[in-house]
Design a protein around this ligand. Structure first.
Ligand code: 13P
Ligand code: ZN
Ligand code: NA
Length: 269
């Protein structure tokens, strides 16, 4: 099954793939050990910032090699792509999936940009994700309305996009007040469109709400901040306790912490 088919299967069966961002070999290893231990597939996500940090070819080749090495089935995805030229580079570098995020533009501009990406991606047979309705970026205030079912229907039929990120009450990063996911709205969106629905901003969402979202139409659960947080907090603690300069002895606790976090999330969704 390719990723498009897998997401359709998830969408129809009330299950989801976990889509996790990684930043370096150590976070990647932590994620893959969790997938292996739980016998789960994973979507490995790269943001534009991480692509700049690692370099696109190092990033994709490292991820591909690590999937093989750890014996995990997985796909490599561009998270929140914001222009066609980056997306073209990712497709040429062998990504399995790309996201175009034109959610801050008007509906018609979003349709236009997303349609252009869908057209470009056709020759590569990859999954294409877009965003409709605004999901607050890190450090930004949530603004604007939730995704409307009618708009979602129109957006997906006009663009032909496979996967759709929806605004149903989540935001990127941790929350000041616990989120309140709009599960009834999610059900309506799920009924209104055949696209696989994506939950962004899953860090900080309580387990019961994550479960309810997956059961009611979310096929891809995006997680980033919690991974970064547990990795760095564990590493900082480790560095306060040791003068050891052998990084191969210093990193493993932080890698283990990522593995525990991701195992727990895989068991929830
Ligand atoms: P969090 O950082 O809240 O987990 O959101 C991740 C995300 O949506 C990546 O696209
Ligand atoms: Zn996101
Ligand atoms: Na979040």
């Amino acid at each position: 099954m390719d990723l498009k088919q897998q997401l359709q299967y998830c969408s129809a069966s009330g299950t989801a793939l976990l889509a996790v961002n990684f930043y370096n070999f150590e976070t990647l290893k932590g994620l893959l050990l969790a997938a292996k231990a739980n016998n789960c597939s994973l979507i490995l996500q790269l943001s534009e910032g991480t692509l700049q940090y690692l370099g696109i070819h190092s990033a994709v080749n490292m991820a591909r090699a690590a999937l093989r090495q750890f014996g995990v089935r997985g796909w490599i995805h561009l998270d929140h792509g914001n222009n066609i030229s980056t997306i073209r580079e990712c497709l040429d570098a062998g990504f399995d999936s790309v996201m175009i995020d034109a959610s801050e533009a008007s509906f018609s501009e979003n349709v236009k940009t997303t349609s252009a990406v869908v057209k470009l991606a056709e020759a590569y047979n990859v999954n294409v994700e877009a965003e409709l309705g605004y999901i607050a970026k890190l450090g930004q205030q949530q603004q604007g309305a939730f995704t409307s079912p009618a708009d979602a229907h129109r957006f997906v039929s006009e663009t032909g996009v496979n996967a759709l990120a929806v605004a149903i009450g989540t935001a990127h990063g941790f929350y000041k007040d616990p989120p309140n996911l709009q599960i009834a709205l999610l059900k309506e969106i799920h009924a209104a469109t055949p696209a696989a629905l994506v939950l962004h901003g899953s860090s900080g969402v309580p387990d019961d709400q994550l479960k309810a979202a997956v059961k009611n139409g979310i096929a891809k659960v995006n997680l980033a901040t919690e991974t970064k947080n547990i990795f760095m907090k564990t590493l900082q603690q480790q560095l306060r306790q040791t003068e050891d300069i052998d990084l191969r002895r210093v990193f493993p606790k932080a890698i283990d912490a990522v593995t525990s976090l991701i195992s727990q999330k895989l068991q929830v969704i």
